[in-house]
Design a protein around this ligand. Structure first.
Ligand code: ASP
Length: 368
């Protein structure tokens, strides 16, 4: 098969067959970037959220999205965009991460966070920590400055101090809203699994102008968690995953199910496996010459999976999560510039922006 650079005819054919070519946006191919963020998923319905909460959450998501977008627009890396975005959400008491984290059964805060760089598959995570103002910075420090991927509890706290990260006293994380939730849970003598108090985990995924992917997640976990329970958020492959060959994912929801399904890695693997098959399928549509050879070869670097296929892969995995009994959702970014979501809950705090001009913040399931 002669290896010829794709012609315009090839491009037209690929688009015509439903296998869209990567389109140059207004800024040109070099300036392509994308970001998606979440602030948790759950029974988020209009009758459960006051207009003030609705406004505050949209503003917070918008601020975080703008900060991440600026990093990417200015040519910064996906990992820096993810870090900057998550820090803002951790500092906002509306979310279950950093300030505003939910309480454990013992009325303490145990924070989980993770981050991954898709360009080299480097990753860092922390579980059951406190004392660090921004857990995402601690996860990042584990990735950048330790030989490990995951640190937990007191050892992770010690590493944080040694790294010179900003420390806070335990009462820093507390908010009246979260205190009321744990008081209520303890009074009703129900367990963490029986209440829907967990909204507010935060996450971000991004693709930078170099085409590199990154993902990060940060949470206080589930209200009333006990026995050192750890959810999916700090587990690479469950709550967070990034791979330049496929996608970047950050999850939120009932962590136990996300762990069992390895949701973040599962979606990325399906995307990675689907892509070469899609190229093969497109190649079969290329006309042959009189000798029976293809007149040109599909060039992988100029090929992308269409939006609908990415969405379908994410929806399929979330459907499987639902069949197991799990609820929640994910955000995704792909190396082709797509950014989106999939969730099986009533709503998900979310936002996305791309170099193509897309920019939106949403809360309820019936919104774009
Ligand atoms: N996934 C988190 C956990 O299980 C909670 C959440 O996303 O709401 O710890």
């Amino acid at each position: 098969m002669p290896m010829i650079k794709p012609t315009l005819a090839a491009i037209a054919l690929l688009c015509w067959t439903g296998c869209a070519m990567a389109q140059a946006d207004d800024h040109g191919d070099d300036a392509r970037w994308s970001i998606a963020i979440h602030g948790g998923a759950g029974t988020i319905k209009r009758d459960k959220i006051t207009p003030e909460q609705d406004k505050a959450i949209r503003e917070a998501l918008g601020t975080a999205l703008a900060a991440g977008s600026k990093v990417l627009k200015d040519g910064g890396s996906a990992i820096d965009a993810v870090t900057a975005t998550i820090m803002i959400l951790e500092n906002d008491p509306n979310f279950n991460a950093g300030k505003g984290a939910v309480f454990t059964w013992d009325k303490t805060n145990e924070l989980d966070s993770s981050i991954m760089d898709g360009s080299d598959l480097s990753a860092g995570a922390v579980a059951g920590i406190n004392g660090t103002k921004n857990p995402i910075l601690l996860a990042r420090a584990v990735k950048d400055h330790s030989p490990h991927v995951m640190l937990s509890g007191e050892g992770a706290n010690q590493f944080s101090r040694e790294q010179g990260l900003e420390q806070v006293t335990p009462d820093y994380y507390a908010t009246p809203y979260r205190l009321q939730q744990i008081e209520d849970l303890l009074a009703r003598k129900v367990s963490a699994a029986d209440v829907d108090y967990k909204f507010g985990t935060v996450g971000a995924v991004a693709m930078d102008q170099e085409g590199h992917m990154a993902a990060g997640t940060s949470t206080g976990g589930m209200t009333g968690k006990r026995w050192g329970r750890i959810g999916d958020s700090p587990i690479i492959g469950a709550g967070t995953y990034a791979d330049d060959r496929s996608c970047a994912i950050s999850a939120t929801g009932s962590g136990e199910y996300f762990i069992r399904l390895g949701v973040a890695h599962e979606i990325c693997t399906r995307v990675r496996m689907r892509w070469p098959i899609a190229i093969e399928e497109a190649q079969l549509t290329v006309p042959k010459d009189e000798a029976g050879n293809y007149t040109y070869a599909i060039h992988a670097s100029e090929f992308m999976l269409p939006d609908a296929e990415i969405q379908q892969i994410a929806d399929d995995v979330i459907a499987e999560l639902g069949e197991l009994g799990g609820d929640g959702g994910i955000i995704y970014a792909t190396p082709w510039g797509q950014a989106g979501y999939s969730f099986n809950t009533a709503g998900m705090y979310r936002g996305r922006a791309t170099s193509a001009g897309e920019q939106s913040v949403s809360i309820y399931g019936d919104e774009e």
